[in-house]
Design a protein around this ligand. Sequence first.
Ligand code: PRP
Ligand code: ZN
Ligand code: MG
Length: 225
Amino acid sequence: MNTTNRLRIAIQKSGRLSKDCQSLLKQLGVKLNLREQRLIAHSTNMPIDVLRVRDDDIPGLVMDGVCDLGIVGENVLVETQAERERVGQANAVKKLSKLDFGYCRLALAWPQELGQQSKDWFNGKRIATTYPEILKQYLADENIDASVVMLTGSVEVAPRAGLADAICDLVSTGATLEANGLMQGDTILESNACLIQNANLNDDNKLSLINKLLPRLKGVRQAKE
Ligand code: PRP
Ligand code: ZN
Ligand code: MG
């Protein structure tokens, strides 16, 4: 649990969401001393600490109460919730707001030279992904009998490396698929960044600070719409 009296917010250290997370905090008026390499950045004008971690770790940190708030892609949130559900670990969070950045699709893809394929093609195939829970659910729903190869990174090279026949990965601009000669198929999940809160947070000071920050967040969103 976060036993300090400072509000702890987890954000992605480096990746698709990190720039937008930092400018969001700035727009909320949270002044930070973000020195490179630092895991924790202390706000200089509010009782807030920002933890910069791998995006995949953010839902778990918030679910376990190590952090009070987190900014994370829905893709990672849904995957962690399903995984924890399966092993019987706490997986509740309070979703405070959907954010207007980090849009991407979790989609199937396969080598371009194979051309257009129907869902049946995936029967008996191996699909590499970082999102095994979401993929397995999709395969079950669609009655596809494929095997899932779990990779935490470099999923896009799996077909070329002979590790899998196809992949299921995030697509944002499509540049990664293009660069790896892969063709995009069905979208399994659409995702945006969202702000989550520990489900059991009951510290009055922290809750009132969050209540002060949230309207500013709405203001940020409306100003952009
Ligand atoms: C995703 C995905 C691809 C890339 C796709 O990774 O795994 O590598 O983004 O984006 P594009 O369509 O714009 O090329 P992500 O940034 O989520 O990082 P991670 O895999 O390290 O978590
Ligand atoms: Zn990740
Ligand atoms: Mg990636």
